[in-house]
Design a protein around this ligand. Sequence first.
Ligand SMILES: [Zn+2]
Length: 329
Amino acid sequence: MKLDALAGNAALKEQLSAQEKGRGLSHAYLISGPAGSGKRTLARLLSAAMVCTGSGEKPCGSCAACKKVFGGIHPDVIQVGADGKDISVGQAREARSDAYIRPNEGARKVYVFHNAHNMTTAAQNALLKLLEEGPAYAAFLLLAENPGSVLTTIRSRCEGAALTPVTAAEAEYELARRFPQVSRDLRHAAARRCGGLLGQAVAELESQEAGDQLRAECARFLELLAQKNELEFAAWCVELEKWERSNLLLLLERSTALLGDALALQKGGDLLTASPEELPSLQKAAALPPQKLLRTVELLKKLKNDAAFNVNGGQLCGALAAGVHGGQL
Ligand SMILES: [Zn+2]
């Protein structure tokens, strides 16, 4: 099997590959390990291997089925409880009745149960019936931080796949592959801090990158505002439309706070939010008349309120472009 995307865990990968080559993959796995140990990565690889239509080693990663699994859109790979909430008995029963509807595209249907360690006994019993009586084309991947909290009857019907923490060197190797743009020192520090739980280091670097990007775009906003270049500002707003809504809201929030600092700067007051790197863009914005800054603050606040009423990202960015340079400010 092609399991390189899962860091470390050499013995487990060998065991799964041998199994796949021999009697074939099992219909149920209990994938266990602490948060950040790679449970979701392994579940994705196993689901892809189960529905892969490519020839050669599975998952091939390039057939339409694999691409859909890795993109999270394969109709026959069903995620239960991926939102992090506990799986209810209703959800387990729903999966049970859904399992009897034949696969849409492939030969198999794969159910991934997230946080199986947090399922109530009633939900686990419904899941047990599914494991016992489910159709032959159905496969089940149960993800659990603590396999001990899964009913013994369920455990006995699953093949165990226990993930182990990776070494610092393995973590660093994987981080270099995924974050080539991040400095070696930062990757090294994150790899050491994660204690072998690679997912935690990935989350740390991702949030750091998101934070860096957010700060850079807020600075860009202040500079564009100061430049009064309508076309460039509109082009920047179009770029923003690609952002996730939650990040857009963060951008509105931080920019509002920075404009507050620009006003404070004009009056010689203390800066509340700005970091030293943001000072140059802040100074440019502080050169604008205070009325303009105040009206921009009002506009950003209004957009944030509008966002609470399901106004989508495109509309928000359009309103930002129109509001800043549409003569209203
Ligand atoms: Zn494939």
